[in-house]
Each structure stands twice: as C-alpha cells, then as structure tokens.
Design a protein around this ligand. Sequence first.
Ligand code: SF4
Ligand code: SF4
Length: 390
Amino acid sequence: MLKKHKNRPLTEFPKEFLDSEVIVKKTSYEYNVLKPLLFEMIDSMAGVAITKQTRVLIKPNLLLPARPERAILTHPLVVKAVAEYVKNKGGDVLISDSPAWGSFEKILKIGGYHKALEGLDVELKEFKTSIPVDIGKPFGSIELAKDPFEADVVINLAKLKTHSQMLLTLGVKNLFGCVIGLKKPEWHLRSGVDRDLFAGLLAQIYQTILPSITIVDGILALEGQGPGKGGTPRYLGLLIGSKNAFTADMAICRLLGLNPDRLPTHRSGKRLGLVKDAIDVVGDADPINHFAFPLLGSLAFGPKPFQGLIRKHLVQRPAVNDRICRACGDCLQFCPAKAIAPDGKSISFDYDRCIRCYCCIEICPHGAIRSAETLPGMLVRRFFTENRSH
Ligand code: SF4
Ligand code: SF4
C-alpha cells in the first residue's frame, strides 16, 4: 500500500522496506508497452492506496537542460506514465526537483516534459522553499525541500547513470535533488574528499524523506563519464523498482557486474542497517556485459602529512578538453572549492584546492570536462593491479 512515511526517527526504518523485493522489467520507451508495464509494477510494489486527492510528489532526476536521448534525466514518458497512474487513482500530482544547473523551465522544455505531459492535470514546479530537518548524526539539522514533507506520497523516479564521484547515481542519490540550489555545492565542500561522508549524507537524506517507492529508469542508461554530458548513452532496456531504493540499487549493481560494496551509498546503507544482502529479484533481465564505469580511486590515502601531495600527483582529476570548452564560465561559478579559473579560451584547475567532487563534469553544458588519471597515478595503479593478479 502506498502511504506516507513522514520524517520518521532514523531508527524506525520500516521492516517492509528491508524485506522488499526488486522488480526488474525489460521494456522500451514505446508508450503502449511502457505504460501498462509501469502500472503493473507500481501495483505489485505498493498496492492501490492512492485515492481521491492524495497529494503525490513525483521526484524525477531533472539535473540540467538535456534532451531525452542524452540519457541524463528520467525519461519524460516514464514520468508521464507514473503521473497517469496517480491521476487514474484520483490523486493530485506535483512533479518537482531542484536542478544542479540551468533554469527549471528550460529543463522542462528541452527535456520534453511539457510535451509529454500535455493535457494531463499535473503541476510542474521547482523546489524553492527549504525547511530544517534533522537527518541524524553527524549532520543533524539540514535544509531540505519542504514539498516532500507536505506530500502524502513521494515517488522517487531516478535515472541509471554513472557518476564520476560516486560511481553510479541511482535511487538513493536521486534524493540529493531535495537539497536546493547552491546548498548542493556547499555540501560537497563540507564533505571535502571524504566520499563516505558524502555517501552517508545521501543515505540519511533518503532515509529521512523515505519515498514510498523507487523506480530507476535504466531503459536508456548513461555509462562512462556521467552523470552529465560527458557520459555516453547506452540502451539497456531496463526498469528497476522496489520500495527500498538501497535494494533497487544493489540489484542494479549486480546486473551491471559490480560488487555493490564498491558503491559508496550502498556501504552507507549497510552501515545504517537499511539493506540486507539477500534480496529477492522478480523478473528476467540478463546480466549487462562490459558496462563502462568511471575510475574511482581513493581520494585520501598514504601518511597524513603527504595526502595533499599524493592527491595532487596520483589521484585522477578533472581535465578540460580545450577544443570543446566554450569558456561559458558555468563550472567556475559552480565549483564549490573555487578551484577553476579562466584560461584564455578555456579554463584551468588548481589541483591543490580541488576536492574531486566532479560537480564541474556534472554541470558542464558542453561535456568538455572528464576525469583523467595522472601519469604517475596510472603507473601506480597498474603496478598494484598487476601485482594483485599474480
Ligand atoms: S569547461 Fe564547460 S562549463 Fe567550464 S567554461 Fe568550459 S564549457 Fe563552460
Ligand atoms: S574543479 Fe571540479 S572536481 Fe574540483 S572541486 Fe571544482 S567542481 Fe569539484
């Protein structure tokens, strides 16, 4: 049954979430196929408890202005089918997110949402107002969008994408969109190079908002240097759903041939007791071969006094392709560490300051930034990889 799980104390993660199964469906964006399949999926995950005037918040991934074929945003037809499901039950629909970059209106237009949702009585609105919410230690009270806490039901509609900082962005990380606007880079800066701390923040935001269900759009996924325009779309034809986003994310890792323990948000979920190792997967998807993940080396290693030096010379880092960069200045403005400066017709990085959050990769509207290994870093990695394999 879909019902509201409102800002509950962190110890009360519902048992039905821990025990929830994962549904994996093979499909396409062909609407006649997609819609009944999504309806069936939601029914089997959550029952039919949306009734007249239930206020339902649909939270897609609306990161930045991008066309559906770039595979950066939750596909508009997935959003449409879920909105239709809610409307058919008599509920009121609000579709909302806080983009990392670019105007919400432009995202709706370029992303095809206005067109897809034409004629449906739904509200499309950017998260604008925050409220303080206690998400638990060590973060305490943080500012989160008010709307998820005013809705009766939250439906989390994520995208299956790689992420240069967090390896993948799936169901759990999608709720970071409830941190509004420039608070996002602030949190990157506060977490610094501690990727597990940032993953803990994401896990606790998810746990606090606790959407009733999570569906991940992996029909056209993004591999390589995601989650922005540096990534490469790849057709997988998959929809993955569960009550528990941690469970859905774990199933996706396994489908992609990745040990879930390599996913920082999964490790945090395990630490918090929000996911079990044994999960039931319903569906018939085949394993995905050769999915291209970004390289994700440790950001802080070696003796403490040398960690800054090691990070500067051995850890992979953002690099710009001068031929693609249009010197628009967006990355300069967004960089939480102020580690980017204009450099003629392109930009340059201050790697002493850079915390490797890869927000610049995420928001560059032209896909001009990649994460790149340094030569010494590559030699060290190869040395250890080769020695491990013997
Ligand atoms: S790297 Fe991208 S965001 Fe930064 S200035 Fe160049 S085009 Fe703009
Ligand atoms: S340069 Fe890029 S990766 Fe480094 S801190 Fe700035 S946004 Fe993050």
